[in-house]
Every structure is written in structure tokens, then in C-alpha cells.
Ligand binder design. Sequence first.
Ligand code: ZN
Length: 240
Amino acid sequence: MRYGVFGDIHSSIDALDAVLFELRRRRVEGWICTGDVVGYGPDPGECIARVRELGPVIVAGNHDWAVAGRLGLEYFNTQAQAAILWTRRVLGAAEIEWLGSLPLTQQVGEGITVAHGTVHEPQHFDYLQTAYDAYLSFEALDTPTGFVGHSHVPVTFLDGTPITYSIEPRIELGERRAIVNPGSVGQPRDEDPRASCAVYDSARRTLEIHRVTYDIQGTIGRILRAGLPPLLGERLRLGR
Ligand code: ZN
């Protein structure tokens, strides 16, 4: 089965539509979302509607739960807090309830586990960035493949001695267990401002990372008109 994998959308509908167009063009058959549909950006309602239409396997991101009141604002910086409060004001009760209903982890048929931060302690929303983080998550992972988000940096960790990682855009996983971050749709932080997503073929065990351009300037305009912190727009141009 070919899965379109994406996350950290952060209320950016132009970036999300660009990613979904790319993934459909690549004939994915199923959808996996690693969380953080909302937060930071200007289009939370549109992004929630678009994601719900897909019916993906989806987990909660820390911003999703913060908007729903399931996670305290003290875990976020000033700009993120401002965006969370703004998002709460513009969403309806049903949308907020949906965000709060998202689970911390999900398993997908054919051996896939999904979490937002780490596989070993998803409730803490820590970053999975180092080989040691990956080691702890591989210990907890009981499927061949895991998908996470949160760091907004596309990277694949490969199990073994030692654990290694790859930022190659196409990886043959073979027999190796892997934990993959597909990167961020709406706020990339690897100094490439293009939206990021992945295609995972579970039969061939191949992974591809794809980057797509979208209307960054238009998104920045909506951030400013919404009265969100201008820095949240500026960072989109820089990809960090
Ligand atoms: Zn995020």
C-alpha cells in the first residue's frame, strides 16, 4: 500500500493543498497524519476540514491538544501561545472537540506506528532528534515502521548497531526498522521553505521525501491580517 504521510500543517491551507496535490499525483492510497493540524498559521478551520475529508490515520500534536485545552500553555513560547489563543477564538466548538479527541498514538495495518513527538513517551511531546532518542523509541516500537513529527525536520532513523540516520530523499528500507519524520507541511525548519511530505510504499518498503512550493507570500499576508505575530510569517520565508 502506498501511503501519503504528512504533518505539522500548522494552519497553512496553501501549503496543505500543495502537499495533497503532490501526494495524489503520486497515487497514494492511504493517508497518515503525524499531528499539529493547527497552531502558528492563519487557516485552522480550512485545514481541519481538509484533513477530516481525507479520513487519515491521525494523532494529536501538542498544538492540537493545547487549542483543545488538554495541554497547558506554559509549554509554548510567546508567539505560539498567541496563535493558540487566536485559534481557539476562531474555531467552532465541534472543531475544538475534534482536536481534543485525537489520540497520542495509532497503529496502522501492515506494521506502522504513528506518534507526534516520540514513540516511547508520546504524552511528553519531546523531540526525536538524536540517535539516543531514536534508540529509546526503537525500544518502544513494536512495528517495523514508525512515523513521527514535531521537529519539522525530515529525517529517517534506521535501527541497527549503531543506529544511523539519513536525510536522503529516497531510501530503500529493506529489512531495517525505521522511524521517519516526513518534515513539516506548514512550517519547515531545515532552511528549505518548501512544504514537506513523504510517500511510504509498505510492500516495497521504500520511502520518498518530497518538497513542494506553495504561496508563502499569500500565507504571510493572511498571518498579518489575522493579527498573528509577524515573526510567524517571516520564519516561513526562511524555512526555520
Ligand atoms: Zn509542530
